[in-house]
Design a protein around this ligand. Structure first.
Ligand code: GLP
Length: 261
């Protein structure tokens, strides 16, 4: 995998937004998989700024969601559907029709999961999937010990993830759903390019285990090692526990090979 160390979150956002813009210039109807959480927000801001400045025409781009809470009322501001519409789809000037995600309010959740995997395949597959990382190494909502071959399915959140995400629910862990739908790790690995952004010291252990540890389901993000085109963008703080940091700086910092691909 390519590990690009950037000075800070803003630089990471700008770098990834430019890679997304380059993809959309090349393939105007690209299917862009987006992630939630705080980390990717600088990417969305930078990409929206490029669209507003006329640097890229994203009007035909399509957006798909990585995961979703189960059981939140339709339209809940913290459902990932609402978050992606608010943070990505609207700022890019896209319509809801260009957006797809799993139905977290479906009566038959299993059927909704299968339908989502099918819809992604029928849409031609994800061109670029953005990922954040949980402090425990999860991607999407694939918690530790998720099958590396898993498909979109229902999962139960760990206590740690519910604690981490309580800040989006007035700091009240009781409001954080226990169940979620997430693209499986096998589903995520089908995207043509995986781009993981991690910033801040709190992610340093998870990043080191992802990049330099063995491929193991106990660190779900380590599955990126199995992908032929995975890029990990980290700020200095998130890179602080990488033994090979200097090698990565030397190899990728000035001209990441994935830029413009
Ligand atoms: C949630 C999301 C993940 C995200 C993670 C980290 O668990 N399901 O996709 O990567 O949060 O969020 P943050 O970037 O806010 O640390």
């Amino acid at each position: 995998m390519e590990v690009v160390i950037v000075p800070d979150a803003k630089a990471g956002g700008e770098l990834i937004a430019e890679a997304m813009a380059a993809l959309v210039r090349r393939k105007p109807d690209a299917l862009l998989g987006v992630a939630t959480g705080s980390t990717p927000l600088p990417i969305y801001e930078a990409l929206a700024a490029k669209v507003a400045a006329g640097a890229v025409d994203a009007s035909r781009a399509r957006i798909c969601q990585l995961d979703e809470y189960v059981g939140l009322p339709v339209g809940h501001p913290e459902s990932y559907r609402s978050v992606v519409l608010r943070e990505v789809v609207e700022p890019l000037g896209l319509s809801e029709a260009s957006f797809m995600g799993p139905d977290g309010s479906a009566e038959d959740v299993q059927a909704a999961c299968e339908a989502y995997d099918k819809a992604l395949a029928e849409a031609g597959g994800v061109d670029l999937q953005l990922l954040g990382i949980g402090t425990d190494g999860h991607i999407g909502f694939n918690e530790p010990c998720s099958s590396l071959a898993s498909r979109t399915r229902i999962k139960t959140l760990t206590e740690q993830t519910r604690v981490d995400n309580a800040r989006f629910f007035d700091g009240d862990i009781e409001q954080v759903p226990h169940h979620v739908i997430t693209q499986g790790i096998g589903t995520i690995l089908e995207a043509r390019h995986l781009v993981l952004l991690a910033t801040g010291e709190g992610k340093a252990d998870a990043v080191a285990a992802t990049v330099e540890g063995p491929v193991a389901s106990v660190v779900p993000a380590s599955a990126l090692q199995l992908h032929p085109h995975a890029t990990v963008v980290v700020d200095e703080a998130a890179a602080s526990k990488l033994k090979l940091a200097d090698y990565f700086r030397h190899t990728y910092a000035n001209k990441p090979s994935w830029q413009g691909l």
